[in-house]
Design a protein around this ligand. Structure first.
Ligand code: C2O
Ligand code: CU
Ligand code: CU
Length: 537
């Protein structure tokens, strides 16, 4: 990991900005809300907690040390004040910086072509790993359940960053316990930069941490004394509170100008449909700049966008004409959750398992944005072209069909495979360097599954039999949405739908390299909605 050239003082600036952050925080409670949908007495009135911004608090810190020289992340339990009352038992990756400060789940910065070297010291009391979600790595660095790190042991992950600029993330991925460990908190963000990305920042005039933010969106289930609760073996663990960067009911003060939000859905099972409303509940369209694996070739105007577990979206809001005091609510807008699997398998007691959990698909306020009167907001021109990477469809790709379905017993399957039934063995081999087309078909008697591939990025080549809420967003004859036009490592497949993805299995490694393809609903993954495959010479 290197200091990004062209952005030399950023990290220092952020660390030095901590004091300023505290001063600003005090101001939030004195806000004068204008009457309106987000004003006092309305849903907006509870959004009073200043958004935690990486680098401005120790809670979700920014790696300030030269990470290519190696950083150490030690897993442990770190009680945190997440809400009123008792501290919550957050499981985190703790990094001691050279100044002696401890940062939890640091946001790591890397440069395309640079290096990542991270040593995991496991003190969590059970097996764990660090999986580098979305990054192109070999099997040993992939941190899947194939290579557990025992309690008390250490493992160094070291690899070259072969990905384009984008927001990636890292999280625990131990066999059968991924849902538990991620829900408890073992996850952080990775920001990769390259020349195209820096050119965009410069053109728009963005400043990291001020009008260019990374947001980790995760719902948590809180139990007695604010404990973070997860039940291994439970289904679809959706929580009773959505936290943004570990902030409950956050408010963010934005300058007039462009505001870029890079969101990662680090929730176990919750699917969001992200949109923005002003005080009159008018939806403010935004530009979609990028997806899991980096920038789109050009920005696409959208009113709302689905964000499945594991996925990332890069959004640009135009607040240039806003006035100080104007309010905007980031929300998950209502959508049809299509949980057509209800009633299959042993009876679920939703209320018992998820006390107070918000049902999927319901309209939900997530974060209040308040425009301040600070001068100097980002006001450059949005470039016509963001990226020159050509993502061409190859008609000669080898086809491979997958069916997602549920047995009457309630067990989720990929074709005739379930990871537990296959005893974790590789179910197929792929020749290194080949290009394949995977046709992923989801049964109608099913629910949306965010399907994730380790070690490679893919492109969507088409969608068929999509539900209305996807068709409504399609913009090309292949049935693809703007989000489908970028590089992805996680694709949402709705009930009844077939999503075709193209994967280039070229990689600079040799020998047998094993990876996973699984549903990123982490309860589905842990219950075996996952297959192992091997890339071979
Ligand atoms: Cu982000 Cu196999 O997972
Ligand atoms: Cu992954
Ligand atoms: Cu699933």
């Amino acid at each position: 990991m290197e200091q990004a050239p062209g952005n030399p003082g950023r990290r220092r600036l952020l660390l030095g900005g901590a004091a300023a952050g505290v001063a600003a925080a005090a101001g939030y409670f004195g806000l004068k809300y204008r009457p309106g949908a987000h004003g006092p007495g309305h849903e907006g009135s509870r959004f009073v907690n200043p958004l935690r911004i990486p680098g401005a608090t120790a809670r979700l810190g920014e790696a300030s040390d030269a990470a290519d020289a190696g950083i150490v992340l030690q897993t442990g339990i770190h009680p945190q004040p997440l809400r009123e009352g008792a501290l919550s038992d957050v499981w985190a990756y703790a990094q001691k910086t050279s100044s002696g400060a401890v940062q939890l789940n640091p946001t790591l910065f890397a440069r395309s072509g640079g290096k990542v070297k991270v040593t995991l010291e496991n003190r969590i009391g059970d097996d764990t790993t660090i999986h580098w979600h979305g990054l192109t790595v070999d099997e040993l660095n992939d941190g899947s359940g194939l290579h557990p790190v025992r309690h008390g042991a250490s493992q160094t992950y070291e690899f070259e960053v072969r990905n384009r600029a984008g927001l990636y993330w890292y999280h625990a991925h131990p066999h059968g316990q991924t849902g538990l460990q991620v829900h408890k908190g073992l996850a952080g963000l990775v920001v990769v930069e390259d020349d195209e990305e820096l050119a965009l920042q410069k053109a728009l005039g963005l400043t990291w941490g001020v009008d260019d933010l990374a947001l980790s969106v995760a719902d948590k289930q809180f139990g007695l004394r604010n404990k973070i609760v997860h039940e291994v073996g439970a289904d679809d663990w959706v929580g009773d509170k959505v936290l943004i960067n570990w902030t409950q009911d956050p408010v963010f003060e934005a300058r007039r100008g462009w505001l870029r939000l890079r969101l990662a859905n680090t929730s176990n099972a919750r699917l969001y449909c992200i949109g923005f409303d002003d005080e009159d509940r008018q939806r403010l369209p935004f530009h979609l700049l990028g997806t899991d694996g980096g920038l789109l070739d050009r920005a696409h105007r959208m009113e709302s966008v689905f964000l499945g577990p594991g996925q990332r979206i890069d959004i640009l809001l135009d607040l240039r004409e806003y006035r100080p005091g104007d309010l905007l609510m980031m929300r998950s807008v209502a959508y049809d959750p299509m949980e057509n699997d209800a009633g299959i398998g042993p009876p679920e007691d939703f209320a018992m398992e998820h006390p107070g959990a918000m049902p999927m698909g319901e309209d939900m306020a997530l974060m209040l944005i308040r425009v301040n009167d600070k001068p100097g907001g980002a006001s450059g021109a949005l470039p016509e072209r963001l990226s020159l990477h050509a993502l061409g469809v190859r008609e000669d790709a080898v086809r491979r069909p997958f069916r997602l379905w549920i047995q009457d017993s309630g067990r989720w399957m990929i074709n005739h495979w379930n990871y537990h039934l296959a005893h974790g063995s590789d179910v197929f081999e792929i020749k290194r360097g080949s290009v394949e087309r995977w046709d992923i078909t989801n049964d109608m008697r099913s629910m949306p599954h965010p399907m994730h591939l380790h070690g490679f990025q893919c492109i969507v080549t088409g969608r068929a039999n999509s539900p209305k809420q996807v068709v409504d967003r399609a913009i090309d004859p292949r049935g693809r949405t703007p989000q489908d036009l970028g590089m992805l490592d996680t694709v949402l497949v709705w009930p009844g739908e077939t999503v075709s993805i193209q994967i280039d299995f070229s990689q600079p490694y040799s020998g047998r390299q094993r990876y996973m393809f699984h549903c990123h609903n982490l309860e589905h993954e842990d219950q075996g909605m996952m297959i192992g495959f091997a890339v071979v010479d």
